[in-house]
Design a protein around this ligand. Structure first.
Ligand code: GDP
Ligand code: MG
Length: 396
């Protein structure tokens, strides 16, 4: 029970170390919800800085070509009857999950746009850059009892970059994923195909392939407390029926869930699933999540829209519910913890933040492979080049 290896009773015989050299306990961050209640912190209304698309070959394009259009079945008609298992596995082209993309596509966007970011010169140097999905995991951490996470952090030119590392547990589970779970994942994407059209005003075409390489990603700016944020998240579709609204307000998140039949099933859905749906859509300011409820045979016959800002209402009076303030206060505390831990500016240095349910967030330090994640092409372009100037003609 003496982690630092100093022998008990030896204190008096050894020369005391100078005060500032006394071994300090390794820093860590607790995650208990009770520690993070309190008022909701400042969260800047997210604004879209830009977007990009990934094609069927997972190639990057700096445009909205992969954006799809919300096209639900007519409300006066017979209602949906979507067979989510149709096309599985013959019309399924799943993304290769062995490829660790880390922040690469987001960095590609950032490299192209760094010279014309809003917020003024120096904004990026103060910011945190990451995926929306990583922030979602931070938001839900105080309530998570199943899955841990690891986040790699590097500081470069002032900016703090956060990139998830797949835990050993997650990797083992992915490699041993049961066939039924693989099919369930397909069904989630199939639902999107039934609900989205490729062009505004046209109808969904469920006869084609489901290719999960294709993605449309929105790049957003926000701020949590004192932490400026630049993050990107995959967006399922935009609603062309709300033409006056600008992104991210026009975006719609699509989800599937088991049909529920008892009040106990609904309660459990509000406590667990709605927390994840809220965290994912609140961060980028996506206002609505449309759920398709599937029966045991894999058919969706009912849809329900959950406004993101009303999700908390379902657990507001539930002792075992979740609280958005706890999620956001914990996230802010983690970002402060990370900012004060990662002091050295060095793209090859990684502070690895690790968390398992029941414990605190801990830190370890690494250099280069396998944890370093800022690619050489990014570091070199950012080091050598001047930021590309605004594309306006210079006055004579
Ligand atoms: P989400 O909120 O968890 O869906 O993740 P994001 O919206 O932040 O997605 C960030 C990037 O990661 C996008 O390019 C997604 O296509 C990709 N992505 C989404 N889910 C996964 C996943 O489970 N594994 C991996 N490796 N990438 C994913
Ligand atoms: Mg979705």
């Amino acid at each position: 029970m003496d982690p630092r290896g100093t022998k008990r009773g030896a204190e008096k015989t050894e020369v005391a170390e100078p005060r500032n050299k006394l071994p300090r306990p390794a820093p860590s961050l607790p995650t208990d919800p009770a520690l993070y209640s309190g008022p909701f912190p400042f969260y800047r209304r997210p604004s879209e800085l830009g977007c990009f698309s990934l094609d069927a070959q997972r190639q990057y394009h700096g445009d909205a070509r992969a954006l799809r259009y919300y096209s639900p079945p007519p409300t006066n008609g017979p209602g949906p009857n979507f067979d989510l298992r149709d096309g599985y596995p013959d019309r399924y082209q799943p993304r290769d999950e062995e490829v660790q993309e880390r922040l690469d596509h987001l960095l590609c966007w950032l490299l192209e746009h760094r010279g014309r970011l809003e917020g003024g010169p120096g904004w990026l140097a103060e910011a945190i850059v990451t995926w929306r999905g990583h922030l979602t995991k931070l938001l839900t951490t105080p309530y998570e009892r199943q899955e841990g996470w690891q986040l790699a952090a590097s500081r470069f030119q002032g900016t703090l970059y956060l990139s998830e590392v797949e835990t050993q547990n997650a990797r083992a589970q992915r490699l041993a994923r049961p066939p039924l779970l693989r099919e369930l994942m397909y069904m989630g994407y199939k639902f999107e195909q039934y609900m989205c059209a490729d062009k505004p005003g046209s109808s969904p075409d469920p006869s084609g392939e489901v290719n999960t390489n294709v993605a449309f990603c929105s790049v957003l700016r926000s701020r949590l407390g004192s932490h400026p944020l630049l993050f990107s998240g995959e967006v399922d579709c935009t609603d062309p029926q709300t033409p006056s609204t600008q992104p991210p307000t026009c975006y719609v998140e699509l989800k599937t869930s088991k049909e529920m039949h008892s009040p106990g099933q609904w309660r459990s859905f509000y406590r667990h699933k709605l927390l994840k749906w809220w965290a994912q859509s609140f961060l980028p300011g996506v206002p609505n999540v449309v759920a398709g409820f599937r029966n045991p045979e894999g058919f969706v016959s009912s849809l329900k829209t959950f406004p993101t800002m009303k999700m908390f209402d379902y657990v507001r009076n539930d002792r075992d519910g979740w609280n958005p303030s706890v999620c956001m206060n914990f996230c802010a505390a983690f970002l402060s913890f990370a900012q004060s831990t990662v002091v050295q500016d060095d793209p090859r240095l990684v502070h690895l933040f690790s968390w398992e349910p029941g414990g605190p967030v801990t830190v370890s330090v690494h250099r280069d492979a396998p944890y370093a994640f800022l690619p050489i092409w990014y570091v070199e372009a950012m080091t050598q080049d001047f930021p590309s100037p605004p594309k306006t003609p210079s006055p004579k």
